[in-house]
Design a protein around this ligand. Structure first.
Ligand code: GTP
Length: 597
């Protein structure tokens, strides 16, 4: 296919507005995936993704489409649907000339949509507005079109109304892709530059790299160089995604495809890196490459100390496929041997935990997530601290800085008050409020990331009855009056429960935390004091009274099956406990600090 008949596009949509359903319909209508082979939602092919109903890893698919009797090649590049992965979104948009903006006609513009549309416009993409779900009785496409025009300033005079589910408007969308999205530049004569927008690890073939050729051409057998990592390889196999991998001999500027080159870890072929030829290098790499920086850290400890080597193996395996996952060994007198792990955000953290437990059969205790603090020490050094229990002593630090994010919330006006209250409780700094329509407003705050980690998103949803949406981005570090709060259980310091808080909140957090721990820690055979302290000063304390825990006392007589059941239940309850000194502490207690009233 000549370059002028290629169209590269992606789909921008808020979660649940119908991106996957539309992608499936496009594949079906173009005959790319024969209906009988059609698994539900072809593009989301990770189990975990399907279960959670969200798109995590991006993928690509090539479609053939006849327009005015000429064959066109349409490459759909999928984007992940969560803020943790916004860098991946930006790279896949950079690989396209256009994007479909899919908005649910019964809902309206949401925060995530906005963030991605701005990214697309910054990348000079042609944006085609698509109003989905017009089959729903509550659909108001005309109102939503107006909203898009007012909020984004995008001309919607030729917006397309569709129902991905019913297959209405799909041909119109395909026509619009050909008519309105510009073809790629024909720069096949230049030295090779290809943009990596995704990569994954295959146990048999090594890393498979997905890329868009921006300039030049690449052939099977070529010696290629990754400009950011500096590593070079021979391209054993190249091909296109139709959407299954299909080998070809050569790919030209404008095309999208994959390479397999015996690459051992995705860290060597990072999203955003530029592929060039080893012997005919491009002068400059493509703009926009960024290292993955973990923003959120937590400790992962096996409940059974014997599982430590298994946990290390599992983390190493996951890292082959996840360049953003960072980990290093951590030892704690309370928890034994484990790892301190870094993640892009909370969702990323949950996904990794879940995979470790599910795919690798590990039983883990996870400590509360922490952000990375920057500590200016009295000796002039600046150290980064991602583990509250390792914060330098007060005498050794001059000041502590914490990461600040800008958050934008979109909400129906009825919930403005309660969202303002929520953000104020979380040390949010009000920046701006705008009415985007008569009934919906956008609120902008600057807030410490530490206050957002945890249940902020859940609170935003519950206080707005599910109607508000949000988006955040890191803006920098700021000095703040922060101190370390320690917890003693049965007079023993439990480092994993240490937390860094603002001085003004220390007393209230201390009180709430000890109360919460009292609820969560089961009573023991002896009295257990629970204390919160700043340095050596106790600022709050509670105590668990003793109990004789004889579960069998309840079964009078000799019903043996009932007895077994009770014993089993107790054993299962024990599974997620960590013995700290003489006290069994359940998993929930380690997360208690996130769920204080
Ligand atoms: P993420 O993958 O989480 O980003 O969501 P998504 O945007 O891909 O949404 P998805 O395609 O999974 O659709 C969300 C829900 O909306 C599903 O239950 C679909 O069946 C439904 N849906 C999608 N398109 C339509 C439509 O045109 N009409 C109706 N009535 N429902 C639709």
């Amino acid at each position: 296919v000549p370059t002028e008949n290629i169209r590269n596009f992606s789909i921008i949509a808020h979660i649940d507005h119908g991106k996957s359903t539309l992608a499936d319909k496009l594949l079906q209508v173009t005959g790319t995936v024969p209906s009988r082979e059609m698994k539900e939602q072809f593009l989301d092919n990770m189990d975990l993704e399907r279960e959670r109903g969200i798109t995590i890893k991006l993928q690509a698919a090539r479609m053939r489409f006849m327009y005015e009797d000429r064959p066109y090649c349409l490459n759909l590049i999928d984007t992940p649907g969560h803020v943790d992965f916004s860098y991946e979104v930006s790279r896949s948009l950079a690989a396209c000339e256009g994007a479909l903006l899919v908005v649910d006609a019964s809902q309206g513009v949401e925060a995530q949509t906005l963030a991605n549309v701005y990214l697309a416009l910054e990348n000079n993409l042609e944006v085609i507005p698509v109003l989905n779900k017009i089959d729903l009785p509550g659909a108001e496409p005309n109102r939503v079109v107006q909203e898009i025009e007012e909020v984004i300033g995008l001309d919607c005079s030729n917006a397309i109304y569709c129902s991905a589910k019913e297959g209405i408007g799909i041909k119109e969308i395909l026509n619009a892709i050909v008519q309105r999205i510009p073809p790629p530049l024909d720069s096949a004569g230049r030295p090779l530059r290809a943009l990596i927008f995704d990569s994954y690890y295959d146990a048999y073939r090594g890393v498979i790299v997905y890329f868009r050729v921006i300039d030049g051409t690449v052939k099977k057998g070529d010696r290629i160089l990754f400009m950011a990592s500096g590593k070079d390889y021979f391209a054993d196999e190249i091909g296109v995604l139709s959407p299954n991998q299909l080998q070809v001999d050569e790919l030209y500027a404008g095309e999208v495809g994959y390479i397999s080159a015996s690459i051992r870890s995705v860290a060597d072929a990072r999203v955003g890196d530029t592929i060039t030829h080893y012997s005919r290098k491009a002068e400059e790499s493509l703009p926009g490459y960024k290292e993955a920086t973990p923003m959120v850290f937590c400790g992962l400890f096996p409940i059974d100390a014997d599982q430590f080597p298994d946990l290390r193996d599992a983390l190493e395996k996951l890292q082959l496929n996840d360049a953003a996952l960072k980990f290093e060994p951590e030892t704690s007198s309370a928890m034994g041997f484990g790892f301190r792990c870094g993640f892009l955000g909370l969702l990323h953290m949950e996904i990794v935990q879940e995979r470790l437990e599910r795919e690798y059969n590990l039983s883990l205790i996870t400590t509360a997530p922490s952000v990375v603090y920057r500590v200016n020490c009295t000796n002039g050094e600046t150290v980064e601290c991602s583990n509250p229990s390792l914060l330098p002593e007060p005498g050794k630090r001059r000041s502590v800085e914490e990461p600040i994010v800008k958050i934008e919330m979109l909400t129906p006006k009825d919930y403005i008050g309660s969202l303002m209250e929520l953000t104020q409780e979380r040390r949010g700094d009000f920046k701006e409020m705008k009415y985007i329509t008569e009934t919906r407003a956008s609120l902008t705050y600057e807030m410490p990331l530490a206050e957002m980690v945890g249940d902020f998103f859940d609170q935003l949803k519950s206080r707005s009855k599910g109607y508000a949406s949000m988006e955040y981005s890191f803006i920098g570090y700021k000095e703040s009056d922060l101190i370390k709060l320690d917890v003693l259980i049965n007079s023993e310091g439990v480092e994993p429960l240490s937390t860094i808080v603002h001085r003004d909140k220390a007393y209230s957090v201390g009180r709430a935390l000890t109360q919460k721990l009292k609820e969560l820690i089961p009573r023991q055979m002896f009295k257990v004091p629970i204390q919160a302290c700043i340095g050596t000063k106790v600022i709050a304390s509670e105590s668990l009274s003793a109990i004789r825990k004889d579960v069998l006392a309840k079964c009078y007589g000799g019903d043996i099956s009932r007895k077994k059941k009770l014993l089993k239940k107790q054993a299962a309850g024990k599974k997620r406990m960590k013995a700290i000194g003489k006290v069994d502490v359940p998993q929930e207690a380690f997360m208690a600090v996130l769920k204080l009233e």
